[in-house]
Design a protein around this ligand. Structure first.
Ligand code: ADP
Ligand code: MG
Length: 239
């Protein structure tokens, strides 16, 4: 079964129309970005809802629309225990160079809440460097400095409603040449995923497997079972 990881923004299942509209308006350029000290996008919400997947797609989507070029973004998975201060100084150095691609330097800081409080403060000042764009993700919004939040468009990324997964589930089943069940059935399947995209893909795959198994059982030619003479226990015969 092929990989259903999102490869473009259209593949992302958005948890809310509001968040989707905000992202789309930034990409299209309808909402000037960066502008007036807002040069970040902060995706926040529970685990497994597509924040990292979307964060990796955003820089190219934005820059392609601006200049037709890819963004050449820097991706950093922030981990606690990383030398966070060194990490921020490296970003600062990079940010001060003329960008290789387009007009902006794009930095994706995944799980930004893992920065130490000092590094978080330095991030705030690095965000002031002209020409930088930051895409940040977090599962712990309360650990992201107010000043960082203030420089960002905030996009809530919690579990999408079950109906939002219908197109993906239909696609997965259809790609396998299996008839797509009705929405009511699919929504029961989706509800078992409890908002986890990985589980949605897995359960859709299970539908395909189940259907194929049933088909195989229906297509098996009936096996003739040999007639075995039944032994009669004479003692049980009542005369
Ligand atoms: N909203 C979504 N739309 C499409 N695919 C998703 C979505 N959320 C998660 N996925 C799938 O699940 C995988 C894990 O999601 P991830 O981006 O790591 O979640 P998070 O960073 O929010 O914990 C992604 O690579 C993608 O394949
Ligand atoms: Mg993540």
């Amino acid at each position: 079964m092929s990989n259903y990881d999102p490869t473009c923004i259209a593949d992302i299942v958005f948890p809310s129309e509001l968040g989707e509209m905000l992202i789309q308006s930034i990409i299209s350029g309808d909402r000037p970005f960066p502008q007036s000290g807002k040069n970040g996008i902060l995706l926040y919400g529970v685990f497994g809802t597509g924040k990292t997947a979307l964060a990796k797609l955003l820089p190219d989507a934005i820059e392609t629309q601006k200049s037709g070029n890819s963004s050449g973004f820097t991706f950093v998975r922030v981990q606690s225990g990383n030398n966070a201060t060194a990490l921020i100084s490296k970003i600062q150095q990079q940010a001060n160079f003329v960008p290789l691609f387009g007009d902006h330097h794009y930095f994706v800081l995944d799980e930004v809440d893992n920065l130490s409080p000092d590094a978080m403060k330095s991030l705030k000042s690095v965000m002031n460097i002209t020409g930088t764009v930051f895409v940040l993700t977090t599962n712990n919004l309360n650990k992201v400095e107010r000043g960082v939040q203030d420089r960002c468009h905030m996009v809530e990324f919690n579990a999408a409603p079950d109906t939002a997964w219908l197109p993906l589930v239909r696609r997965i089943i259809n790609d396998q040449g299996v008839p797509v069940p009705d929405d009511q059935y699919l929504l029961t399947v989706i509800s078992n995923a409890k908002g986890s995209a990985r589980r949605v893909v897995d359960l859709a795959t299970e539908c395909v497997v189940k259907y194929r198994r049933q088909q195989r059982m229906l297509n098996v030619a009936p096996v003739l079972t040999p007639i075995v003479p039944v032994a009669v226990n004479e003692a049980t015969i009542v005369v």
